[in-house]
Ligand binder design. Structure first.
Ligand code: FEO
Length: 398
């Protein structure tokens, strides 16, 4: 990707990772981008860098705009290696003595990734850096997405460089939200559900703080995906809504199956839920990646999990998914568990224990069926589903 001028004197010099399909456990079916920005004024600032393997491309992009040795400041908004992996190459090219601006936590964390004695300039919220006609203002944004995260705001242009915040794992020919259209929101939602969900209480407060500053935000430049230029308020409002985690009248039935008995149960439970007029999705772990499941679960009220018993335990795919889900701490859910078994049948109890540990109340006792469900047992699965549908309706807006 060649550099793109996104505003007068402001360039995206980042790169596109077209072929990545697994971003530390998140399915990136369309790839992603690592955005980095160059602000050219009397002084020149580079904001963020990119993954290590894209260092040459980043340096080429910078060189297409300015000689990298003319960069006066390097800003690191976030220490995670997708934004700092190429920092050593960048600093070497720009000049090892160049001031490296980061948050106070960044100042603690960056030296634990890099042994070089760089000219660190830690900044706190509200501190400013004059570039000439323009000014960068820094805002600490802890846990969006690491303790070191911060935003940089180019005051005179109203451009917020938001690091991971408001990002999407999306790679395409487009650079801006309006070029992609409404479908970009699904990517932003998946990103929120899988990367930021755990931090919603902090994000909610942070957005309040940022809104309280009454910044004139005209463009939001995240480090992943497209830039929000058409209506930056739209993604801020979506974050406020997503932070509330208000569920829809919806259930997800997440399962795996060994000999299709648990699948048969899942399909009958799904039919029972649907029969109550509640949106339902039967989602097999054979076909659905954990991060896609998390996105569907994010706005569901009921989480119904099904597993066969294997070696006195859970099916491994369920254990994987529940571990992932537990870490993200979804709120405002109710749950239920089911599964088929051969002779010992521990899986359903184990599923219930996992849901309970996550603070998800059980709608009803779990349902387990030995070997292959018979006609009457299929009907009991439907009834199980109906009870879930009724529970979802009971606390959903009409
Ligand atoms: Fe895109 Fe938390 O790094």
């Amino acid at each position: 990707m060649a550099p793109v001028q996104i505003a007068p004197g402001v360039y995206d010099v980042g790169v596109t990772d077209w072929n990545i399909r697994d971003f530390h456990g998140y399915s990136t079916d369309l790839g992603t981008t690592y955005n980095a920005f160059l602000v050219v004024d009397e002084k020149i600032a580079l904001i963020d860098s990119v993954k290590k393997e894209f260092a040459d491309q980043l340096l080429d992009n910078i060189a297409a705009v300015v000689d990298p040795r003319k960069i006066d400041f390097v800003v690191s908004n976030h220490t995670e290696p997708d934004h700092t992996g190429s920092l050593a190459r960048v600093m070497h090219r720009v000049g090892e003595e160049t001031p490296l601006i980061c948050s106070k936590m960044g100042h603690k964390n960056l030296p634990r990734h890099f042994s070089q004695k760089w000219n660190y300039r830690p900044v706190g919220s509200g501190e400013e850096l004059k570039l000439g006609k323009r000014t960068l203002v820094f805002l600490e944004t802890r846990m969006v997405h690491w303790p070191d995260s911060m935003f940089s705001f180019l005051k005179e242009d109203g451009i917020l460089f938001s690091s991971d915040g408001f990002g999407q794992h999306y790679a395409g020919p487009e650079k801006f939200d309006d070029e992609v259209g409404e479908r970009i929101m699904a990517h932003a939602k998946k990103y929120f559900a899988n990367i930021l969900l755990l931090y919603t209480p902090l994000i909610e407060k942070l957005i309040q703080q940022v809104l309280g500053l009454k910044l004139d935000i005209r463009m939001i430049c995240p480090d992943h995906g497209v830039i929000w230029r058409k209506d930056p308020g739209k993604i801020i409002a979506a974050y406020q809504r997503w932070c509330r985690q208000e569920p829809e009248k919806k259930a997800v039935v997440i399962y795996d199956t060994m000999w299709k008995s648990t699948q048969k149960m899942a399909e009958a439970i799904h039919a029972g839920i649907l029969g109550e007029g509640v949106k339902s999705m039967p989602l097999s772990l054979r076909g659905w990646h954990r991060s896609e499941l998390m996105t569907e679960l994010f706005d569901a009220r009921a989480v119904v999990v099904g597993s066969p018993t294997l070696n006195n335990g859970l099916y491994p795919s369920l254990a994987d998914f529940l571990c992932y889900m537990k870490g993200l701490k979804p709120k405002n859910k109710i749950g239920a568990a089911f599964g088929s078994y051969g002779w010992s049948g521990e899986a359903v109890k184990l599923l219930e224990a996992e849901l309970t540990q996550m603070g998800i109340p059980l709608i009803q006792p779990g349902l387990k069926i030995q070997f292959v469900p018979e006609k009457q047992q299929v009907e009991s699965c439907r009834e199980f589903g109906r009870q879930i549908g009724l529970a979802v309706k009971a606390d959903s807006p009409a």
